[in-house]
Ligand binder design. Structure first.
Ligand code: SAH
Ligand code: SF4
Length: 393
């Protein structure tokens, strides 16, 4: 059954015309969906009963069932575990930064992820399935409602930094992002929406060709291809030079600086020499490096470097002319919500380290069609999903 939140204005107008409805019904229904966020059809009093019945038979308004909620000590930031149809578990995070007046939704685009990055809780879970655009939009609306619950304002930003790789589910991610940018709805502008990705050249080029101007964060994590492959096995499919060249194209076409995300791991990628190598790699590129001390997750031995090492890494980059910021933690809690880094969430402290994938993992991630992390054959599981391009083998 279709999710009504993913049906665009034109498609809806065509569908209603076929059902013999006047054109203005599309606007009325869109308001119920995206402004009122109606949870049921009963409230839609300005639509005829018969039409409401047809709409209810043809699609859903909500499909995500909230299974668990964890709230940070500030009482505002929260992480939700949802079950999507087929018991596909996914996590979404609301990050509230009062100081900056930001309320960011960290959204998942997959249940699990096939790419198996070694430091990532989600990668450890394996891949269940791609999420549909409606399931992504619904996460944002549920978090928006949560943000407003305490009398606060709604979402100001959304980042695709939850579970899954956006470029392996690009049609749904773009449809969802476009919807979050639209009115009626959240009306988030391009610079308030960020895609975070391991960097798949074909996907980045497809994004550039699509004419979108969403922000882009590359999960770089290493200054060279060899180390990158060690940390992110899937990177062997996508040579770093090709990734960076594709991103240069996107930066130009979208007029956006790129954020290079660099998760610092003790003894792996955090030495001053590696900082210099990173500076050389990025020399001449506009953008900034976002350093994130690793958020420890079960299933691997990796640790974050000591704060002094993190500072040294940052200072080395800055001295070499590269803009670099650090998300420092207060004690053990880093500014990490969705597993992971938050290029957009620059809060300090108060957000417990709940990497995406951890709640789902505790719930044993029982879901249909799970495949194990693609350590050796990265990307194979994603081959079956609808891709706008082919993965190289
Ligand atoms: N798949 C996409 C988006 C989701 S992951 C991507 O990889 O970019 C979002 C970010 O969290 C990525 O930069 C990822 O490398 C980072 N991340 C994953 N596990 C982490 C951990 N344990 N500590 C810090 N950052 C992590
Ligand atoms: Fe997937 Fe991103 Fe985690 Fe890598 S870091 S396994 S790409 S979610």
């Amino acid at each position: 059954m279709r999710h009504w939140l993913e049906v665009g204005r034109n498609e809806l107008a065509g569908w209603l015309a076929e059902a013999g409805q006047p054109a203005y019904r599309a606007e009325q229904f869109l308001r119920w969906l995206h402004r009122e966020r109606a949870a049921g059809f009963t409230a839609m009093k300005n639509l005829p009963l018969e039409l409401r019945r047809i709409l209810a038979d043809a699609g859903s308004l909500r499909v995500l069932e909230e299974r668990e909620r964890r709230t940070a000590p500030d009482g505002l930031t929260a992480k939700l575990l949802f079950a999507a149809p087929g018991n596909a578990l996914l996590e979404s995070v609301l990050i509230v930064e009062k100081r900056l007046s930001r309320r960011t939704a960290c959204l998942s685009c997959m249940a699990g992820c096939p790419l198996g990055c070694r430091f990532c809780a989600t990668g450890n879970l394996g891949f269940v399935r791609n999420l549909a655009a409606g399931e992504i939009v619904e996460q944002a609306y549920r978090l928006d409602a949560l943000a407003r619950e305490n009398g606060g304002a709604g979402l100001s930003h959304a980042v695709f930094m939850g579970m899954g790789e956006p470029l392996l589910n690009l049609p749904a991610v773009l449809a969802a992002a476009d919807r979050l940018a639209a009115e009626p709805g959240l009306g988030l502008s391009g610079r308030r929406l960020t895609l975070s990705s391991v960097g798949i050249p074909e996907g980045i080029l497809a994004l550039a060709q699509s004419g979108r101007n969403y922000r882009f964060a590359l999960s770089l994590h290493a200054p060279n291809q060899q180390l990158r492959e060690q940390l992110m096995p899937a990177a062997r499919h996508w040579p770093l030079e090709r990734v960076l060249a594709a991103l240069d194209r996107y930066a130009l076409s979208a007029s956006r600086d790129i954020t290079y995300e660099y998760c610092l791991i003790e003894g792996m990628n955090s030495s001053p020499r590696q900082a210099l190598a990173l500076a050389r790699l990025l020399a001449g590129r506009r953008g900034r490096v976002n350093l994130i001390p690793l958020n420890p997750t079960p299933g691997n031995e990796f640790k974050a470097p000591r704060p002094a090492r993190v500072r040294e890494f940052q200072e080395t980059l800055v001295a070499a002319g590269i803009q670099a910021t650090v998300r420092m933690e207060k004690g053990a809690a880093i500014g990490a919500a969705c597993g992971q880094l938050r290029a957009e969430a620059s809060a300090v402290g108060d957000i417990p380290a709940w990497p995406c994938g951890q709640i789902a993992d505790n719930r044993s991630f029982q879901a249909a069609g799970r495949v194990s992390p693609a350590r050796g054959k990265a990307g194979d599981a994603a081959q079956s999903s609808r891709l706008p391009f082919r993965l190289k083998n």
